[in-house]
Design a protein around this ligand. Structure first.
Ligand code: E4P
Length: 217
């Protein structure tokens, strides 16, 4: 399973990328706002750090304008993935840009039927939002499972990019179901390394080691 990092914070991306933890990056208008930077400038910098796909989202709502924005974003670097919302205009944009050979990530997916449409429109990635479904008392993991089953039933090659990941459990469940990619904030990716028994065990080892009076170096 590939790990994408869901942020436009270049320092956080660089830190995780240096550890080999980053297979790609996803951004959205809210994350660009949070970065406080110009979208074209920060996206170009991210594309220079990471070899894998970097999602940059269009903001137009009509297809013609979305297509124009997508083409402009795609000029930033070869690893740009144009991110479009799951609307009819977004699906039309997906079809046009994917026919041009560009990578497209269809985002804001909340149903299996939406995911089916995105696959038929040639999406490279479909982004079902787990956390936002959990927020309204639905089970986001059920959606990931349904999309996995449907895509496998018909051999769709669109990759399932589990998004809106808020917890380490979302990552485990996505991996068990067989999502192709997860995208998560840096804090969630870092917390995958944490376990209280690791901390407890290390503490005990350090106390015993101190009692030996030895040193390795
Ligand atoms: C994914 O592409 C989105 O940018 C992101 O995962 C949304 O996450 P949120 O629901 O925590 O904002």
């Amino acid at each position: 399973m590939k790990f994408f990092v869901d942020t436009a914070d270049v320092d956080a991306i660089r830190e995780l990328n240096d550890l080999g933890m980053v297979d790609g990056v996803t951004t959205n208008p809210s994350l660009i706002l949070k970065s406080g930077r110009d979208i074209l400038e920060v996206t170009k910098e991210i594309c220079g750090i990471v070899d894998g796909p970097v999602s940059a989202e269009v903001v137009a709502l009509e297809a013609d304008a979305m297509i124009a924005e997508g083409r402009k974003l795609a000029e930033i670097a070869d690893n740009i993935t144009v991110k479009v919302p799951l609307t009819w205009a977004g699906l039309k944009t997906c079809k046009v840009l994917s026919d041009e050979g560009r990578m497209v990530n269809v985002t804001l997916c909340f149903s299996a039927n939406q995911a089916l449409l995105a696959a038929k429109a040639g999406a490279t990635f479909i982004s079902p939002f787990i956390g936002r479904l959990d927020d309204i008392n639905l089970d986001g993991m059920d959606l990931i499972q349904d999309i996995r089953t449907i895509y496998d039933n018909f051999g769709f090659e669109t990759q399932i990019l589990a998004a809106s990941i808020r917890t380490v459990n979302h990552v485990t469940q996505s991996a068990l179901i067989g999502a192709d990619v997860i995208t998560a904030p840096p804090s969630v990716i870092k917390s995958l390394a944490s376990h209280p028994l690791t901390d407890k065990g290390l503490d005990a080892f350090m106390k015993d080691w101190a009692k030996t009076g030895q040193s390795i170096l």
